[in-house]
Write a protein that binds this ligand. Structure first.
Ligand SMILES: Cc1cc2nc3c(=O)[nH]c(=O)nc-3n(C[C@H](O)[C@H](O)[C@H](O)COP(=O)(O)O)c2cc1C
Length: 207
């Protein structure tokens, strides 16, 4: 059976640790190939936020690593079969490039290819606060078929560590790729009746 190829693009927003966890999780899946492209700014955030060895660590877990300037690489073409792409984290610069089709880097070109081929593209867009241009770009890429998943933590599982928060975000992002395997993120099972203090005692569904 052919491996499921996933492109992981890392751009220079804060949250490089999420990308590291995504690569680690994908690499641990049998039958999944990680194709990695890292922007110049992300090389910096990986070093700043995760340490000098971060890039080498995730490169070692990847099937292929592409230079950001190599716009002739396999992942720049729609004829190269991949299951989808996640950009984690996705900077506002990269978001804007994808929204406008300004695909002058391999990362933005590969993202553009996913959209034109109607494949999954998951963008962990990271900035705060947001101006209208950021919001408009998110609308535009959503209209074009991308899934915008800002890396906003969930607290209903009562995470005890930053690592747990990062792990949950990485799992949710991978689940959005809809690979042919069971979901990774621990599902919310609903409140236990004895902990439900709401006046109506209605059960709630959270995602
Ligand atoms: C430590 C650090 C943190 C940054 N955090 C963000 C961020 O959260 N969101 C963002 O859009 N840009 C952020 N930036 C700015 C981007 O790195 C910058 O806009 C860069 O040009 C993005 O290029 P790229 O999209 O090719 O990776 C950060 C830069 C640094 C050095």
């Amino acid at each position: 059976m052919m491996a499921e190829r996933v492109i992981v693009g890392i751009s220079g927003a804060s949250g490089a640790v999420i990308a590291v966890r995504i690569v680690e999780k994908l690499a641990a899946l049998a039958g999944v190939e990680v194709h990695l492209v890292v922007s110049d700014a992300a090389r910096r955030t990986l070093r700043l936020e995760h340490g000098p060895e971060a890039l080498a660590q995730i490169a070692a877990l990847s099937h292929r690593v592409y230079p950001q300037a190599d716009i002739g690489a396999a992942i720049a073409s729609g004829s190269f079969p991949v299951s989808g792409m996640v950009v984690a984290p996705c900077s506002m610069r990269t978001l804007s490039a994808i929204a406008t089709g300004h695909t002058d880097t391999l990362l933005s070109r590969a993202a553009d290819v996913q959209l034109k081929e109607r494949r999954r593209l998951v963008l962990l867009a990271r900035e705060t606060p947001l101006h209208l241009g950021h919001l408009r770009n998110m609308c535009t890429v959503t209209e074009m078929g991308a899934i915008v998943m800002p890396p906003v933590p969930a607290f209903y599982h009562r995470p005890q560590t930053v690592a747990e928060i990062v792990d949950h975000l990485a799992a949710r992002a991978i689940d959005l790729l809809a690979l042919s395997r069971a979901p990774m993120a621990r599902p919310w099972q609903g409140e236990k009746p004895d902990t439900d203090l709401s006046p109506t005692n209605q059960s709630k569904e959270w995602t």
